[in-house]
Every structure is written in structure tokens, then in C-alpha cells.
Design a binder for this molecule. Structure first.
Ligand code: ATR
Length: 271
């Protein structure tokens, strides 16, 4: 029940209607018995500055930030965490007497990868050098994983390589046999009839594959078929939300419970 002192949280994006964050964030509040609610706010890019000021004035406690607001929100914040600064984007704002910007996408990715494999001493191939690859590059770097990066537009891969201490390669095929982990951050695989980014028959059972797209892509399916460990972007979505929740409330919600909540929405089945 919403009362006079119920705390309000939310997510801003454009569009935002597809977001599953309200589903599991509200479940987390309920599970922990916190008097709080989480709502979606559709905010047009040209309204962002006013919206952030308004949210703070309305005493909203915190929000997630999704596409296309992640970079601009960072510039509008009064304080930015070290990680968000290095990644160049924020997905979590906390409103106190100021607007604080954090990034939990990288931890979300790291936790989802750690569910599959130990990261220490591993080598990775990062596919893509767009906005979302920055959090992944930071996470891999932070975990001590030696990372090769490939992007269709090579100059962008080279820029990221320099920034995050990675090695840029001119084709995925050059290194796929020597890496343990393959991560796709490109939009290839969003559509079922998208082609392959490289020859997927080079994926073997010893690879660990993560695609940050929310459902199983041809890359993930192929990896599973040959017995490799593979996961789509759903666990990353859940874990970034769990980390945001911790920043806002100081409480850690039950991941096991939230996975069950998300199963009807396509979360990979767990036992
Ligand atoms: P996001 O914020 O989701 O990362 P983005 O910044 O537009 O989105 O990045 C999209 C990524 O997908 C880029 O790495 C892009 O490669 P380019 O930098 O060469 O554009 C990659 N991408 C999109 N379509 C692709 C395709 N058909 N083949 C290979 N890479 C593709």
C-alpha cells in the first residue's frame, strides 16, 4: 500500500515501457518489507535536465538511467563516482542534497560472468566498441583479464584499447582460439536473421560466452550447442539492479528470489 511516507524510486529512459526493472525492483522492496515503490518515467532527451531537477525537487530517492540518458546524466550530476567517470556513463542516480551518479553496469556484468567462470588469469575477446562495451571493458580490466577488442570500425576499438589498456585486433578469428571468454556487446544478434560476427564454429566447449543482449542470440545458442558455458544479458540486467538497490538502500536483496520473479519474463531457469 502506498502511504504518505512511501519512498519513490524509478527509471528514466526513452523509451522505457519495455523495462523489466520495475518488476524486480518492486519485488525486492516487497521482499525486504521496505516502504518504497519503483516507477517508470519516460523522459525525452530534450527534457532530461528539467526531469532530473524535478525528480530531486520531488524528493525521489533514486533512479536507474537507461538509453539514451546514460552519458548526459553524468554531466548533469553534482558528484560522480570514480567508476562512472572512467566508464563515461551512469545507470544509477541517488538523490540526497545533491545528485550522485554511479555506474553498476560493470559490476552487473562482472557478477554475471563470475557465475560462469573464475576470472583470474583468463583472456577475453570483447566484440564491439559502442556505449555498452565501455562498462564491460572496465569490468574485464578491473578483474585482471587480458582483453583483446575487436570492432567493425577499427578506430573505435583502438581508442577503447588505449583508454582501458586492452589490445585491439583486426579480426576476431585471430585470437578466438587463444581466449577463454568471448563477450558480444554489438547489436548483432538482436534480430534472429542477423548474420555471424565471425565464424562461430570456432567457439569450442572450453569457451565462456556472454552476450549482453537480453535473450539467447545465435552466438549464445551456438556456444551452448558445443557444450560451452554461455549466458545472455539477463543476469547482467538483474545484477546491475541489485547493485543499484544496494546503493540506494544499503540492503542486499535475495538474488535467488529475484531470479524466480524474472523467470516468467525469460530469465534463464535456475534450480
Ligand atoms: P550501444 O550503446 O548499445 O553499445 P552503440 O554505441 O550504437 O550501441 O554501439 C553499437 C555497437 O554494435 C558498435 O560496436 C557497432 O560497431 P561500429 O562501431 O562499427 O558501428 C556494432 N555494430 C552494429 N551493427 C553491426 C554490424 N552489422 N556488424 C558489426 N558490428 C555492428
Amino acid at each position: 500500500m502506498i502511504r504518505g511516507n512511501t519512498e519513490v524510486y524509478g527509471i528514466i529512459g526513452f523509451p522505457v515501457s519495455h523495462s523489466l526493472s520495475p518488476v524486480f525492483q518492486n519485488s525486492a522492496f516487497k521482499y525486504l518489507g521496505l516502504d518504497a515503490v519503483y516507477v517508470p518515467f519516460e523522459v525525452r532527451p530534450e527534457e532530461l535536465e528539467g526531469a532530473l531537477r524535478g525528480l530531486k525537487s520531488l524528493n525521489i530517492k533514486g533512479i536507474n538511467v537507461t538509453i539514451p540518458h546514460k552519458e548526459r546524466s553524468l554531466e548533469l550530476a553534482d558528484w560522480v563516482s570514480e567508476e562512472a567517470k572512467l566508464i563515461g556513463a551512469t545507470n544509477t542516480l541517488k538523490f540526497t542534497d545533491r545528485i550522485e551518479a554511479y555506474n553498476t553496469d560493470w559490476v552487473g556484468f562482472k557478477r554475471s560472468l563470475e557465475e560462469l567462470t573464475v576470472l583470474e588469469g583468463k583472456k577475453a575477446l570483447l566484440l564491439g566498441a559502442g556505449g555498452s562495451s565501455r562498462a564491460v571493458a572496465y569490468a574485464l580490466k578491473n578483474s585482471g583479464v587480458k582483453t583483446f577488442i575487436w570492432n567493425r570500425t577499427q578506430s573505435k576499438a583502438e581508442r577503447l584499447a588505449e583508454e582501458f589498456g586492452l589490445e585491439s585486433v583486426s579480426s576476431p578469428e585471430k585470437v578466438v582460439a587463444e581466449v577463454d571468454i568471448v563477450v558480444n556487446t554489438t547489436s548483432v544478434g538482436l534480430k534472429e536473421n542477423d548474420g555471424e560476427l565471425f565464424d562461430y564454429s570456432l567457439i569450442g566447449e572450453n569457451h565462456t560466452v556472454v552476450d549482453i543482449i537480453y535473450r539467447d542470440t545465435p552466438l549464445v545458442k551456438r556456444a551452448r550447442k558445443v557444450g560451452a558455458k554461455a549466458v545472455n544479458g539477463f543476469p547482467m540486467l538483474l545484477y546491475q539492479g541489485v547493485e543499484s538497490f544496494k546503493i540506494w538502500t544499503g540492503c542486499e536483496p535475495s538474488v535467488k528470489f529475484l531470479k524466480k520473479v524474472l523467470e516468467p519474463f525469460g530469465y534463464p531457469q535456475t534450480c
